[in-house]
Every structure is written in C-alpha cells, then in structure tokens.
Design a protein. Sequence first.
Length: 364
Amino acid sequence: MTKKTNAFRTALFGFSIWIAGNIYAYNPPAGAESAAEFASPLLLGGTGGAAGSPLEAALPGDLWINPALSAGEQRVLLDVSYAGLYGAQDERGYGNAVNLGAVVPTSFAVFGGSLNFLQSPFDALLPLGTSLGVNFTVSKDLTERFYTGIGVSARMGSGRAGVSASLGALYHFGDLAFLRDFRLGVSVTGLGTAFRPDGVAGIRGGTEDADGFPGAFTLHTGLSFLAVDNGMLKAGFSAGASFPSFQNTVLRVGAEAEIRELVFAKAGWTCNFAELAEDCASLMPSVSLGVRLKIGSAAAGKLTDRQDWMESELTPSAGYKYFDGGIHAFSAGATLRLGQEDESGPEIEILLPGGNPETERVAF
C-alpha cells in the first residue's frame, strides 16, 4: 500500500468522522433553517431555493443558498432591506434584521457580497440570538447554460462563531414542452462550522445539545420555470428540497406572477419535517409584493452615450411570513440594478469600396 493511498484513506476517514459528528449533533433552534430568508423581502415571501426565482434576477440573499445563481448577471446590483420580528403570543418581543448586498459582474467572473445583522430576542421559538453574518461569492458561466459558483461565509455574535464554504451549480435546459426557461439548481452549504448562539434550546430541547445554524453539510436541490409569458402576464413556479446534515428534509414551493413587467407578487410555502415532528413548525404560506420602476440617470448620460446605461431599474418590495408561536416577520427593501441588460446582438459594419457605412451596417 503506497503512502498516497494511506494519506487518502486517512483523509477520508477524518472527513467521515466529521460528517458523522455533525449528523449526530443535529438539533438546531426552531426556525434556524429559515434564517436566510430574512436577507430579502422577496426571499421571505417567496421562499428562495437552489434554482432561484423564475422571474427575478438573483439577489445577494439568494447566494447564501446557491452561489452560482448570479453567474448570468450583466449589471451591478445593489440591495438593502430591513425585517422586523414581532412576537405577541407564546413569544413576546421584537427582533430585527438588516441586510446590505451587492452583485458586481466583471469580465472574469461575477462577484457577490452580503452583510446581515440578525437580532432575535425569543427564547423557544426562533431563538437565533444576535449575530453579524457576511457572505462572499464568486460565480461564472462556464457555458451559456451551465453556471457554477463558490462562496465563503462567516457569522459571529452572542455565541460560537461559524465559518463555512458553499458550492453550487445551475443548469438552464431552455424550453421543455410548455415549460419555458426550465432550470435545475444544486448546492451544498455549511462546509465548515456553524454559528451557535449561547443559551438557546434546540427543537429537541436542551441548551447544551443545541446545534448551530445554518445546518452543517446541507444539500439543496431545486427547479424553476416559466409557465406563462405572453407579454401581458408572466407566471412561474419553483420547488426545492434541502437536507440539513442529512437528518432533516425541508420542502419549499413558490409561485410568482408579474403584470406588464411592472407589478409582481410571490407566494411561498415551506414544510420543515423536523420542526413538524416537534410541533414547532408553521405551515402558513408567505407572501411578497413588488414593483419595477424605470429610472433615468443624468450622471450616466454625462459619462457614456450607451443607451443601456441611461436607464436603471429600482425594485421596492415588501414581504410577510408567519412563524410558530405567534411570531410575525415583516420585511421591506429595495433593489437597484444599474443600467439595462444588453439583449441586442453584435453589430457588424461592412464597408465595401466606395460604400456608405451608414447604409451597410448589419445587426445580427
């Protein structure tokens, strides 16, 4: 047996022990698997997944779940949002979530970043403590249809700090029968250590045995597609499943509709089977609303004569989700996409001897 074989077996054994330890310890706080949804009103109301939204460009908050989703972005995207957590029944108090994010495309790759402050004062339901999280991603379109991405995140605060990595991929199948822009996404998050708040109980009870979040070694799968796109109305659906530490299954289903590329609405539904078994799950659907506003940029007009940079898109939105124990989450925010996507083909100028380039310019 060679030294390389011994080293490989030792590494594989150590990795197996790490996985087994994380699986055995799976006992997260109630609602912890939904913590990423506080990153945006559209995630809170539409339950984002590994394939992203069928209508919306990837937001910085989406990249906590699948870092590959932003690989097709052409314009700089800025995102800001706030969420309030209000408890007036079994749990009483008020919590906050503040988010800042950006997606920046370059000729090499698309870079994404998020900053998330989360403060949850509740004891038994949604006991997530106080923490600050950061996420940095790099994504790239290897082909026109296949996207890949990698991310590194960290969370620190009132508890044990966590640092982890994520890997993701997204494949565009195109149109399948009546399903338009069918996409399949897969990612693995939690490749490292999870943030563990001090003094909180897990869904199975016990503050000493409570696990952190997000769940270690979590596999996410998802699909999304457009069902209607007739110029007046767009409607799409998404579905996905995640498997935190392979000890739980979380199903997510979402539906979205948009009228005249102006007003849109989303609805989502989540079923967390581990929380359902411990009688701390909410099966109420979540909702979000938004509007797309075209805004001109005088500053851009002074810097460039390109029409696609003369107009940007501002998308204010709001979302709502109910959590078990009478906790209500309200969120509001706005996304700014600088410029418009370039949907025109290349312009080729052919000049024949004695010809006029203005009459012989051909666009493909």
